[in-house]
Design a protein around this ligand. Structure first.
Ligand code: 5AD
Length: 328
């Protein structure tokens, strides 16, 4: 059996996705997703560097440890020269893509970000920006400076849930940004969390269909992990299994998309069948944020080792090869 999604009828497709999410045995869908990954991505797992250059954020997202109401966070900002210097180290370690991520921090004007992009691009690395919502003009300017990709997750496709989680914004504003990015020729990345309060299989099906509506080139799907210093501190964590199911269905819906095994899914399980790359994911990110800052970029609680750009990349390459995939 393969999952043949009804191409014409969105409602029918939604029903099929809801049914698939609830299957008692999902193994055939995983197998299909893995086959599509092999056919469209040649079994390659792309390793990307991520530099978290500022943890200041003007937003109040109630699930995120960096929300501006959390006074326990030690805030930091890296200056442009330091961001450029650290980014160039990624290229030297063999990374072909770097993600420059921050909270929504207006300290960095479009001009500053544009300068950083231009300087880092000189070494030939692909740049993904992930700095939140900005105006069409700012996105256009950053694109003209050489930014190739932009990550801005929609987080949830349920407008009411979106507004509950984000006192500072609406789903419509978010999807407008995503459509603007797409219009400007960015490789556009969205994504969402699994296990948010009141989320149902219907919500997840809508999340998947929204990725399709936007025409996403990338989608990061990760479990919600509760952070003790946020309003959602008592909420339950999202399920790893459900996250992997959503990734597999995203692979079937968007065969060419870049789908990271998100950091929140945890370390790679070294088991051939259960590893994160058997559900259709084809990307993994490694933090290259300097140790002085890394511990303060706590979106959700996680265990962090010391940053060693070259060593960590080599270890990941070995791990991926051992799982029968090709690291790149
Ligand atoms: N659990 C899991 N993921 C989270 N994010 C933010 N807070 C959490 C959390 N508590 C994710 C969001 C955001 C990305 C940077 O991190 O999806 O887009």
């Amino acid at each position: 059996m393969t999952l043949v999604l009804n191409k014409e009828d969105r409602e029918e497709r939604k029903k099929q996705l809801v049914q698939a999410l609830a299957l008692s045995d999902f193994s055939k869908v995983y197998k299909e997703a893995d086959e599509i990954q092999r056919n469209h991505k040649q079994d390659i797992i792309s390793i990307r560097a991520i530099l978290e250059f500022s943890n200041y954020c003007k937003r109040q997202c109630i699930y995120c440890g960096l929300n501006c109401k959390n006074t326990k966070v030690v805030r930091y900002r890296m200056e442009p020269a330091e961001i450029i210097k650290e980014s160039l180290k990624a290229k030297d370690a063999g990374y072909e893509t770097i993600v420059l991520q921050s909270g929504e921090d207006l300290y960095y004007t479009a001009e500053m970000l544009g300068h950083i992009v231009k300087e880092v691009k000189k070494c030939g690395i692909v740049i993904t920006l992930s700095c939140g919502e900005r105006s069409f003009e700012e996105y256009a300017y950053l694109r003209s400076c050489g930014a190739d990709r932009y990550l801005l997750k929609h987080e949830t496709a349920d407008p009411a849930l979106y507004e509950y989680l984000h006192p500072c914004g609406t789903l419509e504003e978010r999807t407008n940004c995503l459509r603007n990015l797409k219009k400007l020729g960015y490789e556009t990345g969205s994504g969402f969390m699994i296990g948010l309060p009141n989320q149902t299989h219907e919500t997840i099906a809508e999340d998947l269909l929204l990725l399709e509506d936007i025409g996403c080139d990338m989608a990061g799907i990760g479990p919600f992990i509760s952070h003790p210093d946020t309003p959602l501190k008592h909420a339950e964590n999202g399920s790893t299994e459900m996250t992997k199911r959503a990734v597999a269905l995203a692979r079937i819906l968007l065969p060419n998309a870049n789908l990271p095994a998100t950091t929140s899914l945890g370390v790679i399980d070294n088991d051939e069948k259960n590893n994160l790359f058997s559900c259709g994911a084809n990307v993994i990110m490694r933090k290259i944020t300097p140790d002085t800052y890394k511990k303060y970029y706590e979106i959700y609680p996680s265990q962090l080792g010391q940053t060693d750009i070259l060593k960590e990349r080599r270890e990941l390459e070995t791990l991926i090869s051992n799982l029968g995939k090709i690291p790149k």
